[in-house]
Unconditional design. Structure first.
Length: 236
């Protein structure tokens, strides 16, 4: 009877470990060596992920890395596309065991435990997107999204993060993120961190958005106040 019970528990655990269980956003509150309160947020979309750490009070950017991911049993494998602390990791694979429940996710053998923020809902823009072009003087100017130089934006149901990087040169150009909403055709970003300028933390930016044939039309003003009209496409 004891063996049967253990087998049932193991099977139930295995059923809970599937890739879709990770999709969404996760949060970890912890402290630096100096006692500064930090926040780490992970966003998983289908096939792509990003994690960032920043000061909870000021929004001062600390660290970010991300790329592709896949799950085999309880083992997660991530292929690094950018790493703000160590560019030599770009292109390498990192493998570790994970545990997950409805509300928590943990990396086995570490103190890294995250609480779920959302499971990919209600965000209409959930997923990984690539900057595919701009509209200038009413004309689309598209670019090759397969090139090494990328600007990617990953969104869960309530969280967003954009990252500019180059997988060939291993260069990291910048990132920013926070929460977002999509209501009545208006996309609003509430910035919690911005690597190029910590003073942008706390800003809310409003944009008009429209989804047409898997293209995200994104129009408004940048954090500098400059007009912008971008085209994003879902990353495959």
């Amino acid at each position: 009877m004891k063996k049967i019970f253990v087998l049932i528990v193991c099977n139930l655990f295995a059923l809970n470990i599937n890739a879709q269980s990770f999709v969404g956003a996760w949060e970890r509150n912890h402290s630096s060596e100096n006692g500064e309160k930090l926040k780490s947020v992970v966003i998983f979309s289908d096939g792509y992920q990003v994690i960032s750490t920043y000061e909870a009070k000021t929004g001062k950017f600390i660290y970010s890395n991300g790329g592709t991911w896949k799950l085999t049993g309880d083992t997660m494998t991530e292929k690094v596309e950018f790493d703000t602390n160590n560019s030599d990791r770009v292109g390498s694979e990192v493998t570790f065991k994970v545990e997950i429940s409805d509300s928590t996710m943990a990396i086995v053998g570490s103190d890294m435990k995250f609480k779920r923020i959302d499971s990919g809902k209600p965000g209409k823009l959930h997923g990984a997107w690539l900057m595919a072009g701009r509209v200038r003087e009413g004309k689309k100017q598209m670019r090759d999204t397969d090139r090494p130089r990328k600007t990617m934006k990953i969104l869960s149901g309530t969280r967003f993060q954009w990252i500019a990087y180059n997988t060939e040169t291993k260069q990291f150009m910048g990132t920013g993120g926070g929460t977002y909403t999509t209501i009545n055709g208006e996309y609003v970003e509430n910035i919690e961190f911005f690597s190029r300028d910590d003073s942008k933390a706390g800003l809310s930016l409003k944009f008009n958005y429209e989804l047409t044939n898997n293209e995200w039309d994104h129009k408004g003003f940048s954090s500098k106040g400059d007009p912008m009209h971008e085209i994003w496409v879902k990353r495959k």
